[in-house]
Write a protein that binds this ligand. Structure first.
Ligand code: XMP
Length: 435
């Protein structure tokens, strides 16, 4: 193992993520684990140099105070107890200072004096350690991965290809609601450049047929989600002897799904809902990382920047941007106008500066004139927003000349569109997506 690890045990603190990040900022790798981790699991998680018992206001679960397993105290590792009623260590504080600087002072003492940890956390070492851990977990068995082409699943794929090569099979399901060029990029990068075992499934027709006539946004999401699982399941059944399912879970997903001492914010699953007879053991090498760290791993693994810095894209894809009941002509208009928007934002240097930008096409038409005759065609709505956490968002101010150029191109190049609008609404009360 190339890096030293400090393990933070979640005993009800809200601060585990902040402390994990501060430890990494000091150059030492940190992991957050549930309080009931066994000594064996702890030892298997890397070169552990010390443990932080991170207590806090959620320390009471089901009426009882949570504590760690007795056996952890016998490991001989330095322990820092924070706001936790354990009498086993003299190294205790009542809680974390609000100021990061003060918290860092405490951490410095613990990491470098008590634990004698080396500041050897970096992307290269992390990946090297993960490769070793994945090989240990998987042995000579086989792993399956649903590769969406999003940042997280792409980084997992690249990492697993390095670790286990053709023991990995990636399945890319094209649900027909991806952006222009996306399925082609997945095939090019993973099959052609990285040599992955890639099953590419074009299920567009199937999804569009299922969605025909369905106008309710939540119903559309449900259909897309359920059909995705069905297609993936069918592909998984065709492959034989697979024991593991790899997932691009990252730490914020774990927080949102709820930990043992904190309630779920929202249900989160990448490929949840597989039937019981398709039980796999999970491989989740990124589950301790934050998004910026995942991106750094992607670059280190040689993935293209356009993939690593990709803006967020919803699972149901263009399906929630082709408003109301999806039709092929409007879906095409969303895809083409979105491609123009992205191209022009890139040319204007806005890529990476605006958090999310896309187009939507409503299911009504407006009157216009084309070639001296009345026309009755769809509008395209441009949305560009900035946000920190997607809970609130503000409109991104885009220079008029850029918007005019995009408008001119959309009106000229996208069939069946005679009007372009720019959405000025903040969230709330609007959401980022239109559906
Ligand atoms: P809203 O529209 O709720 O979007 O303001 C907030 C962020 O979430 C994305 N989003 C989704 N992502 N499945 C996803 O994976 C979905 O059904 C979904 N709906 C919205 C949206 O693109 C934005 O980044």
């Amino acid at each position: 193992m190339k890096q030293d690890t400090i393990v933070i045990l979640d005993l009800g603190s809200h601060e585990s993520a902040r402390i994990a990040r501060l430890i990494r900022k000091l150059g030492v790798y940190s992991e957050i684990h549930p309080h009931d981790i066994t000594a064996e699991q702890l030892k298997n998680s890397g070169n552990v140099k010390g443990i932080i018992l991170n207590g806090g206001e959620n320390r009471i679960v089901d009426g009882a105070a949570v504590d760690v397993r007795e056996e952890l105290y016998g490991l001989g590792l330095p322990i820092l107890s924070v706001d936790h009623p354990s009498a086993r260590t003299e190294n205790r504080i009542a809680g974390w200072p609000e100021s990061d600087l003060e918290a860092e002072t405490i951490l410095r003492g613990f990491l470098f004096k008590d634990c004698a940890a080396e500041p050897n956390w970096n992307t290269k070492n992390f990946l090297a350690d993960q490769i070793e851990l994945i090989r240990r977990q998987v042995g000579d068995r086989k792993v399956l991965l649903a590769l969406s082409g999003g940042v997280d699943s792409s980084v997992v794929a690249a990492l697993l290809i390095k670790a286990i090569g053709d023991q990995l099979t990636c399945v890319h399901v094209n649900h027909g609601l991806l952006r222009k060029g996306e399925p082609e990029q997945v095939v090019e990068v993973f099959r052609n450049q990285l040599g992955a075992n890639l099953v590419y499934v074009d299920a567009s027709e199937r999804f569009l047929n299922k969605l025909a006539g369905v106008a309710d946004p939540e119903q559309k999401r449900k259909i897309i989600g359920a059909e995705f699982i069905r297609v993936f399941e069918e592909e998984a059944r065709k492959l034989e002897g697979i024991d593991f399912l790899a997932q691009g879970t990252i730490y914020p997903d774990i927080i949102e799904s709820g930990t043992k001492t904190a309630k779920a914010v929202k249900a989160h699953h990448n490929v949840g809902g597989l039937p019981d007879d398709l039980k796999f053991e999970l491989v989740e090498p990124l589950k301790q990382l934050f998004k910026d760290e995942v991106r750094a791993c992607g670059l280190e693994l040689g993935l293209p920047e356009s993939m690593v810095y990709r803006q967020p894209f919803p699972g149901p894809g263009l399906g929630v941007r082709c408003l109301g009941a999806i039709t092929r002509d409007r879906l095409e208009a969303v895809r083409e106008s979105d491609a123009i928007l992205r191209e022009e934002f890139q040319a204007a240097g806005l890529e990476g500066k605006v958090w999310q930008y896309f187009t939507a096409v409503p299911d009504f038409k407006s009157v216009g004139v084309r070639d001296n005759a009345r026309c009755f065609e769809y509008p395209v709505i441009i949305r560009a927003v900035n946000t920190v956490d997607a809970m609130t968002a503000e409109v991104a101010l885009i220079d008029w000349p850029i918007l005019q150029k995009i408008t001119a191109r959309i009106l000229k190049e996208v069939k069946g569109v005679n009007r372009v609008c720019f959405d000025l609404s903040p969230k709330p009360p609007a959401t980022i997506e239109w559906e």
